[in-house]
Design a binder for this molecule. Structure first.
Ligand code: DGL
Length: 275
């Protein structure tokens, strides 16, 4: 069987994609990873489609310049706004967040009532509703934008009382709707999952993009026979377009391991890269 030791490329607007990295590291421990967090331009979720498409193209081009074998768009906003448009211009496989999340939620729900929380961009595209209804028209889907969760996660306020207050405000509506499954439709949100779980209620299953997409990544590598061999020494490199004081600390706390190879890349350089 063919093997490929090239790394997997993963990107997000900031720290959120690390929730996907964490799941991938435990699911595919032999794989090397190159992460790019566009911290200079976070958040993506309140920007226009054209801007998100431009940024996503640049993120992908940066990862391709690092010779990755597959790209994970660990950003629901980029996945719902830009991927359909961009995928056709690239040969490299690009895994988004929407299909895996929708598929997992459909497997999990028993009462057919699914909630989705995400950025303004993801919710306004109704990306999850469309994907779920493409698979099963009977399901009721309720979507709600929770944009303030993103800066709370970047700030590391994972269990802060302000986070509880904001979660109460955002989730009150969904709590009334008898959902039994809630898609965390933004990769930043699993950082706040303890608060979200407490506020929405223990009876609601949370679906996070990292768990959902890891098996999609594995299947794609299986299909292409591109897994890294067991004997290969894996490496993990992290790049950001700005280095906020808290990035390293919050990331290490969340990943539960030190981030050694963290480097700031100038935006001008990223913008200048063409496919
Ligand atoms: N983490 C991203 C997502 O999954 C984007 C959050 C943002 O930049 O607004 O949607």
């Amino acid at each position: 069987m063919m093997k490929n030791t090239a790394p997997i490329g993963i990107f997000d607007s900031g720290i959120g994609g690390l929730t996907v990295v964490k799941k991938l590291l435990s699911f595919l421990p032999n794989e090397s990873i190159i992460y790019f967090g566009d911290t200079a331009r976070v958040p993506y979720g309140s920007k226009s489609d054209d801007t998100v498409i431009d940024y996503t193209r640049q993120d992908i081009n940066f990862l391709i310049s690092k010779n990755v074998k597959l790209i994970v768009a660990a950003c629901n906003t980029a996945s719902s706004v830009a991927l359909d448009k961009l995928r056709k211009s690239y040969k490299i496989p690009i895994i988004g967040m929407i299909e895996p999340g929708a598929e997992s939620a459909l497997k999990r729900t028993k009462n057919g009532r699914i909630g989705v929380i995400g950025t303004y961009a993801t919710v306004s595209k109704k990306a999850y509703s469309k994907e779920i209804h493409r698979r099963n028209r009977e399901i009721e889907v309720f979507e709600k934008a929770c944009p303030l969760f993103v800066p709370l996660a970047e700030e590391g306020w994972l269990k802060h009382k302000a986070t509880y207050l904001i979660a109460e405000e955002y989730l009150a509506e969904l709590r009334e709707l008898r959902i039994d499954t809630l898609i965390l439709g933004c990769t930043h949100y699993p950082l706040l999952s303890e608060v979200i779980q407490e506020v929405i209620g223990q009876g609601v299953s949370l679906i996070d993009s990292g768990t959902a997409s890891s098996s999609f990544v594995k299947n794609e590598l299986d299909k292409l026979a591109q897994h890294s061999p067991h004997a290969a020494k894996s490496f993990h490199e992290y790049y950001v377009s700005d280095l906020p004081a808290k990035f390293k600390h919050v990331s290490e706390q969340f990943l539960g391991q030190p981030i050694e190879n963290l480097q700031k890349i100038e935006l001008d350089y990223i913008i200048s890269l063409n496919q």
